[in-house]
Write a protein that binds this ligand. Sequence first.
Ligand SMILES: *Cc1c(COP(=O)(O)O)cnc(C)c1O
Length: 222
Amino acid sequence: MSVTKHLNHIRSKIPAGVRLVAVSKTKPVSDIMEAYQAGQRVFGENKTQDLIAKQPELPEDIEWHFIGHLQTNKVKYLTPFVGMIESVDSLKLLKEINKQAAKNERVVNCLLQFHIASEQTKFGLDLEDASLILESEEYTNMKHIRLCGVMGMATFTDDEEILQMEFSMLRDIFNSLKNKYFSEDESFREISMGMSGDFLLAIEQGSTNVRVGTAIFGERNY
Ligand SMILES: *Cc1c(COP(=O)(O)O)cnc(C)c1O
């Protein structure tokens, strides 16, 4: 299995302007290094313990995206170096990121994670939750958060109609937030959606940030 070959194949399908996050969860540092040597700089992990174990062993110019469910008591381990937290799903979490980022004298890039799948288990906000956060005095006063857009995970299915519907729902959510709260803010521009099985469909629906693991690194053994 060649990481480089698979990475180049995926890249050839992604248009300029769409960021590829190589999801390296469960994979060893050696696999990440191979992708790095092939020019990949943005990687995604979904567990804080794994990310903080791997990060010091790898080059400093890697942009790490955190894509998993994040507990508030783990935030402090990420804020010193994380490039983007894609999975913000509460005001409480945003407050903690802001607080820890302040200690690190950083502004941390974040995405709001939305619930778009039909499955009950996936985390995420709905539009009303997001409005409550964005209109709160607490959010308005945060100096160490940069909200860059939205993220979502579609239903685990190969039914293209369902996927299309969920991706377009996230794009509509992005557009309504953009118009209502971020029309003057150029940083708010990301729609993170699409994984190994559906990233082409997600790009058709407006994805700016695809998160691809298996198609680059192979199947995961948990
Ligand atoms: C694991 C994971 C991915 C990548 O999934 P693949 O199907 O392996 O490409 C993308 N996004 C999130 C949030 C993940 O946890």
